[in-house]
Design a protein around this ligand. Structure first.
Ligand SMILES: [Zn+2]
Length: 318
């Protein structure tokens, strides 16, 4: 076993993105930088006169809304919307600790996927930190339901997601994906999947102040039985892959990577947040374990996307 793959990772340096929010359509700059051992994902905002809010954990207990995207309350009436694609990229690429800074109320939508974030992580490289990785090991199944939709976390010796969607639309229909996580598979098979929406919903959403920044450049747009984007789809089943991307982001709000299996049918941000609340409602549901105490060999952590530079102990981050 490669013991280094059981060590925590952070970014080897800062990466920055300029864009605008898909809902509020406001310009925003987002920077992701290294963070210390055991910090997880921290987030802070530059407000008004250049003041920086105190960094807080990107944690499910701070989720204030799950309408269309995941919004976090940073305290003092400061919030950050659409955080899920950014943390999906961090979690999917196997980054344990990072500090996210943005100067607006919503993360930039970029191309509607997590690829710009994942690609920047790949290009910047990661740094191995001198501490063991920790996981939330699922001990007891937790299921939350809403009519026929559900989300569940179950004991499983690995990291897997089994997700199914069912849309009343010929171009989407029923799609299922079973995904055994490795950073390489996330990068290649998930990160490029874009968010999607229906023309029939767009008018109502805009009147309610959502999707003001959405366009064919950042959303797959479905009208009746057609996809309006000139380039078509990036994956044949891009819709379920995007739901998987969202779930990876939402589940990272548990604070630690999950050792177990996530299952979901017709799920979304709200059920994803509820299943985490359900998990943490009883200490009998989970335990925190170090990577070296997990029963599996760690081939999966060594399955990195091609070109990812891994640096060892460059410096200590505070
Ligand atoms: Zn999404």
């Amino acid at each position: 076993m490669n013991r280094l793959s059981t060590r925590q990772r952070t970014l080897a340096g800062e990466i920055s993105f300029a864009g605008y929010g898909v809902h509020g359509a406001q310009p925003v700059t987002l920077t992701i930088g290294p963070a210390a051992i055991d910090s997880g994902y921290l987030i802070r905002r530059i407000v008004g006169d250049g003041q920086m809010t105190n960094p807080v954990s990107v944690h499910y207990s701070r989720v204030s809304r799950t309408t269309l995207c995941t919004t976090l309350d940073l305290g003092d009436s400061v919030s950050v919307a659409t955080v899920e694609h950014v943390v999906s990229a961090l979690s999917g690429m196997g980054v344990d600790n990072a500090l996210i800074t943005l100067d607006g109320p919503e993360c930039p939508i970029m191309d509607g996927s997590a690829y710009p974030f994942a690609e920047a992580i790949l290009n910047r490289g990661v740094e191995i930190q001198p501490a063991q990785r920790k996981f939330l090991k699922i001990l007891r199944a937790v299921t939350v339901r809403n009519n026929d939709a559900f989300a569940a976390l179950e004991p499983y010796n690995g990291r897997a997601l089994d997700l199914e969607i069912d849309f009343d639309s010929k171009v989407i229909g029923r799609q299922r994906m079973i995904f055994d996580w490795t950073p390489r598979r996330y990068f290649e098979d998930v990160s490029r999947a874009r968010t999607f929406g229906f023309v029939r919903d767009a008018k109502i959403l805009r009147q309610a102040g959502y999707a003001l920044g959405s366009s064919l450049d950042n959303s797959i747009t479905v009208h009746e039985d057609k996809i309006l984007n000139p380039g078509g789809l990036r994956y044949e089943d891009e819709f379920v892959r995007h739901k998987l991307l969202d779930a990876i982001g939402d589940l990272s709000l548990g604070g630690l990577p999950i050792w177990g299996r996530f299952r979901s049918y017709k799920g979304g941000h709200a059920l994803n947040a509820h299943v985490l609340s359900g998990l943490f409602s009883s200490e009998a549901n989970y335990e925190i374990v170090g990577a070296e105490d997990l029963p599996l060999e760690f081939e999966s952590f060594d399955d990195q996307p091609e070109g990812l530079e891994v640096h060892h102990y460059l410096r200590s981050v505070r």
